[in-house]
Ligand binder design. Sequence first.
Ligand code: SF4
Length: 346
Amino acid sequence: MTVHAGVLREHLPFVEKRLIGIVSRGGSLLAKWMIHHGQQNPLYSHWEELCSVLRRWDVTFSIGDGLRPGGLADASDEAQLRELATLGELCERAWRCGVQVMIEGPGHVPFDQVEYNMKLERRLYNGAPFYVLGPLVTDIFPGYDHITSSIGATAAAYHGASMLCYVTPKEHLGLPKREDVKQGCIAYKIAAHAADVALGIPGARDRDDELTKARAALNWEKHFELSFDPDTARAFHDEDLDVDTDFCAMCGHDWCSVRISKEITTFLSGKDEAYEWEKPQVSAALSEDQREILEKRGVLSTEEIHRLASKTRAQVGVERGRKASCHSDLTDPTHARQLQSTGDVR
Ligand code: SF4
């Protein structure tokens, strides 16, 4: 439960200078009530009473920021900062009543003001956990606000926010549907994880390092397995080349730096039979047909690309439209290696 007890009558004159006024539902309703009745915010006036009810039922609740900025131009303004100070006061009064609270933070803040806002909140709230709604770092990308806000959320998390509230692509536009929620949640997983890594939290980067190793080894199955969203990673890869190859359709065989790097490592190790510093080994590349197809990638149909871009298929004559039996969709890595070593992958 969030209560907007920090919006006070004396704060309202500062809202007039804003471009977009009050964007919090609770904040706008309470402001209208105060103007209509000519009275102070009742949640503020009856704070201890409210806290005693929440204390009795052992509820941890959230103190909302009803005057949070709703656009870059309104960020860090008088209305927001005065309410911030009131939220700090309410936090201490709640603690004196024996009630735990968390505090809501801003939603639209230019990137260069995020650190200032987070440090100010940490100081005013005496270490009480606070969460942020993004913040969005630009206002001109409706439809992409899961991205504009996750950039601000990364900075906010890095500078001390305790929790991130996700934003979907539908923000400001309509009711989010399932796919919008997925996109929003993933954007915020990225923000939170990026901040955890940057903060040096022990173990936070382990999975990144494992995925880098799988990527360096061109181990696609492991690559997908370690991905946050394996289905999407696999679908994107298989869209162009749905077979296990030591490159992907981005650069193609001849230009795959990861594959070339693997060759260099083997070559320099001296284990390669053809090791000879003056004459670097030239690996087997694509056939002329395959090369032609990759050059025309984007013009040809997926089927044509599949038919000619896969060395494996061309060599063993796998039927068009079917995956090789060594493909990671069909077999485990050990079995796939056995099949590949025998060449029996039809
Ligand atoms: S082809 Fe390019 S994008 Fe794909 S694995 Fe190789 S270097 Fe990476």
